[in-house]
Design a protein around this ligand. Structure first.
Ligand code: ADP
Ligand code: MG
Length: 649
């Protein structure tokens, strides 16, 4: 396929005149049937990289993505361009799934988007076997790797066991894969020869800086100083508490997952619509929010990885105009992150213990779910957060599942007026009046003032179903009765996999994850302490080849320029001094003259440059002379029977 053909296809299918970043290279190499692992930042245009080759070839392309919510948007976007696409996932009615499969089998669909769970369906696997796709696209490929930031075990599992795809071309895409994560992706895909293309990470308009702060007070002073200039700003904080307290101190708006939905919505609207919003937010803020003119992203503490940092900081300056990304760094931040790392990586013993307890429970009450709290309470030596994390990991690995209690939520029921005042033979007879009558009778018969029970218990007493009881309680709560819920009906249960007496969890994997998390933290620490170009540091970490490229605008690049400027001024003095003396003296005497020492020769003592570098010590002046000789600006010539210094002509 020639370059012109590719450009014509771009125009024809998408209406664009030119490619961005490495798009053209990716398209051409995919057309050349290479297996590729492509890393480009969000918004760089990865979809087009695989969509175009699929359109230019016969057959359909299979696009696998773990993010069902994004899948529909992609399919809709293609369909509005008159490019036939369909998606199959569990959120779609079965009949529609069947239709999509048939359409793909009959060559009526160019793009078939599926979620990983689809590989469990034999109808789908038959399609792959009988009508193989022209290419398998693995979107959001970092989710395959447990070292990535959004690991999905389901997504990892499918590749080990799909002989149907063995001979297909593979193309993996992601926005955030470090070299280690890419290696893992290839290993899991069993395509170790996959070639990497990393591109598009440079953000020449962003100037990065790290300010060393010794305390939170220091950090707040920095923020105060910065906020004097009014600009759209996001301040990222490590905790919800920090976000709230900064919002209070600086009169800005807070955003975090602890807010009510309506408050979050309000904060988002403020951020999108205010001419100069200032938001203090946790990392819950940002996904899908696209305000191009953010001029400043300040990190109140370090994030857990450089990937996370670049993603958050990268929300600045999307319009291409200058913007600043500042980290307020203190040693304490590392300590906080180390603590969080511990919480996020529970020790193997905790998993074994949790599993053992769940097995015991399951043996006593087969198939009966249990409250997480009942498991937690008996465990000592682990804090709640760590146990929650461990349960989350067990769920992620398919060992446990969350279910609803078969006997419903638990709570305490009471009447706000004497039960004797309630009509025991109500008319009309509604679910509510029936409920009240039955319960009043029960309270009176047993002389109760309150009754502790479950939804199931209430259903038994009133003859209503559990969902009916739930609705009645909701409607009547805080009127005639109060229903105080003491335990939600959410609980956990071992899956079939989890019922295996040996825990089906690879501890090696968990340890490896801990090591990776530690490494990531180390990288972000190095980032904060480097004296080299900050942006180059980040981009190299992602693995993009940039040679000697420097951003020229980060704090380190700027301070280097400053040093080289003063270096230049001093060099000029040395050169002019040597010029004025015109080769009559050797190096040693010229250096002492510049330093301001007396000399037997009046030529030197009365020279206009006598003492011109008195601020520098003689060693430094000597080094400077060496550099100038190295740069061939000065030469040493033996013109008088001893070595004299000249300006090179
Ligand atoms: P991501 O890399 O995050 O998957 P997308 O593929 O969703 O990015 O593309 C982001 C946006 O860029 C889309 O709106 C897409 O239409 C647009 N885009 C992609 N390539 C080009 C191009 N060559 N010229 C102009 N716009 C493009
Ligand atoms: Mg994408």
């Amino acid at each position: 396929m020639s370059e012109t053909e590719i450009i014509n296809a771009l125009k024809h299918f998408f209406g664009y005149d030119e490619f961005r970043h490495a798009q053209e290279e990716v398209v051409a190499r995919l057309l050349g049937r290479e297996d590729l692992c492509v890393v480009m930042p969000t918004g760089a245009g990865k979809s087009l990289c695989y969509q175009l080759p699929i359109l230019m070839r016969p057959g359909y392309g299979l696009v696998v993505s773990p993010l069902i919510s994004l899948m529909k948007d992609q399919v809709d976007a293609l369909n509005t361009k008159n490019l036939s696409a369909a998606c199959i996932n569990s959120a779609i009615p079965f009949s529609e799934q069947q239709r999509a499969l048939t359409a793909a089998a009959n060559g009526l669909v160019k793009f078939l988007y599926v979620a990983p769970e689809r590989f469990r369906s034999s109808a789908f696997r038959n399609l792959l076997l009988n009508v193989p796709p022209s290419i398998v696209v693995i979107d959001e490929a970092h989710c395959i790797s447990q070292w990535g930031h959004d690991f999905r075990p389901d997504y990892r599992r499918i590749w080990q066991n799909t002989p149907e795809l063995q001979n297909c071309q593979y193309a993996a895409f992601t926005a955030t894969a470090t070299p280690a994560v890419r290696e893992d992706i290839k290993l899991q895909l069993q395509r170790e020869n996959m070639q990497d293309i990393v591109s598009g990470f440079k953000r020449p308009n962003l100037s990065f800086e790290v300010l060393n702060c010794s305390s939170d007070y220091d950090k707040r002073s920095c923020i105060k100083q910065m906020l004097r200039k009014k600009e759209p700003t996001i301040i990222y904080t490590p905790t919800r508490k920090d976000a709230d307290s900064l919002a209070e101190d600086f009169g800005c708006v807070a955003y975090h997952a602890g807010l009510k939905d309506s408050e979050r919505k309000q904060a988002q609207d403020y951020f999108m619509n205010d001419p100069c919003p200032i938001l203090a937010a946790t990392n819950a803020f940002g996904m899908g929010i696209d305000r191009p003119d953010i001029r400043r992203v300040i990190h109140y503490g370090i994030p857990k990885s450089l990937e996370a940092y670049y993603q958050e900081a990268g929300r600045a300056g999307r319009d291409g105009n200058p913007a600043t990304c500042t980290v307020l760094f203190s040693y304490k931040d590392i300590k906080i992150q180390e603590y969080l790392l511990d919480q996020n990586n529970p020790p193997p013993a905790l998993f074994t213990e949790l599993h053992r307890r769940l097995l015991v429970h399951n043996a006593r009450f087969p198939g009966k779910p249990i409250h997480p709290e009942d498991v937690e309470n008996a465990l000592t030596g682990y804090n709640e957060r760590m146990i929650q994390t461990a349960l989350g990991i067990l769920e992620l690995h398919g060992i446990i599942e969350r279910t609803t209690l078969s006997y419903g939520a638990e709570g305490v029921l009471s009447f706000t007026q004497a039960p004797s005042t309630i009509s025991l033979n109500p008319s009309p007879l509604t679910q509510r009046s029936l409920f009240l009558a039955k319960m009043a009778q029960f309270f009176l018969a047993n002389n109760l003032s309150s009754y502790s029970t479950t939804l199931d218990g209430l259903a038994g007493l009133t003859g209503l179903s559990m969902p009916q009881v739930e609705r009645v309680l909701q409607a009547l709560n805080n009127t005639v009765i109060t229903w105080f819920e003491t335990a939600p009906d959410e609980c956990i249960q071992l899956t079939e996999l989890g019922q295996n007496p040996t825990l089906q969890l690879d501890m090696k994997d968990l340890n490896a994850k801990r090591d990776r998390d530690t490494e990531r933290l180390e990288t972000i620490r190095k980032y904060c302490q480097t004296s080299l170009c900050r942006q180059a540091f980040i981009i190299r970490y992602f693995g993009e080849k940039i040679g000697k490229w420097k951003c020229e605008i980060c704090d380190n690049c700027r301070s280097q320029k400053k040093t080289s400027k003063s270096f230049d001024r001093n060099s000029a003095i040395v050169l002019q001094a040597v010029e004025s003396i015109d080769g009559q003296f050797g190096r040693k005497r010229i250096v002492s003259m510049l330093h301001g020492e007396d000399d037997a020769s009046a030529v030197l003592t009365s020279n206009p440059y006598h003492g011109a570098l008195s601020r520098m010590d003689t060693n430094a002046i000597n080094r400077l002379v060496s550099v100038l000789i190295e740069q061939e600006l000065l030469v040493v010539l033996d013109t008088r029977g001893y070595p004299c210094i000249y300006v090179k002509r």
